[in-house]
Write a protein that binds this ligand. Structure first.
Ligand SMILES: *Cc1c(COP(=O)(O)O)cnc(C)c1O
Length: 245
């Protein structure tokens, strides 16, 4: 399944090693959580890193990539169109960008308000008429902050049921589940336990909404313990990036 990197491509060798290390961590965590036969899927977050790195990772068998800015994502998706990759949009999304995001994204992990659902539904109507593309997978991003002031994005847990109903009723959108980023400095176990609680509540009303997008480089083990189905890993595979933005 995994190709060897081209000889002399030191970056490809480095990526292969880091990818392997992350995959081992995921397998270990899944095994420890009794999920050895049901491990989460890996989405490599390629923001700030060039399309060439995505190409190298694709050659190593990675199919799912995530980005958090429309302009960068759109350019990479276009450049790498022939590879037929799956693109996940994971960043704060302005409603007016919906039209371009639905051109390349299979999933949006950051649906956090009613207005955005409306905009995505409208954008998908146009896109599906044009291309017949599949429905857009939508994860509701949940804020896990105790203090609503210190925000890393996301809807309050109490707002999830209403957003879920709106998504469920929307043409062209599929309610995929929930997503969260663990609050800075907080215990990730506590954060992801809370997210699992929100997910469990959601699945009572919408059994198909079983996705839990959680876990980044620093906290993937905690996320796996609390049921993550999709891990979003950037820096532990691709290396550091500028800390601003
Ligand atoms: C950047 C980013 C990630 C990846 O984070 P790493 O710490 O680099 O693994 C995951 N999720 C979101 C929403 C991101 O913006």
């Amino acid at each position: 399944m995994t190709d060897s990197p081209a000889p002399g491509d030191a970056r490809a060798v480095q990526l292969a090693e880091r990818l392997d290390a992350v995959r081992q961590r995921i397998n270990r965590a899944a095994g420890a959580a009794g999920r050895g036969n049901n491990p989460p899927s890996l989405i490599v977050i390629s923001k700030f890193h060039p399309a060439e790195d995505v190409r190298r990772l694709a050659a190593l068998g990675v199919r799912d990539f995530g980005e958090n800015r429309d302009q960068e994502a759109s350019a990479k998706a276009q450049e790498l169109e022939a590879l037929d990759l799956t693109w996940h949009f994971v960043g704060q999304l302005q409603s007016k960008k919906s039209k371009t995001v639905v051109r390349y994204a299979t999933a949006v992990h950051s649906v956090d308000r009613s207005q955005l659902v409306t905009a995505l539904e409208r954008a998908m109507a146009g896109e599906q008429e044009l291309t017949g593309r599949a429905d857009l997978d939508c994860f509701i991003q949940v804020s896990l902050e105790d203090d609503a002031g210190a925000h890393r994005g996301g809807a309050a847990p109490a707002a999830v049921p209403q957003l879920a109903e709106q998504l469920e009723a929307a043409d062209g959108l599929r309610l995929a589940g929930v997503m969260a980023v663990a609050p800075l400095g907080a215990d990730p176990d506590r954060a992801f336990e809370k997210l699992l609680g929100v997910s469990t509540g959601l699945q009572r009303d919408f059994p198909g909404a079983s996705g839990i997008s959680a876990g980044m480089s620093q906290d993937l083990e905690a996320a796996v313990r609390f049921g993550a189905t999709h891990l979003r890993i950037g820096s532990d595979i691709l290396g550091s990036r500028p800390t601003v933005r």
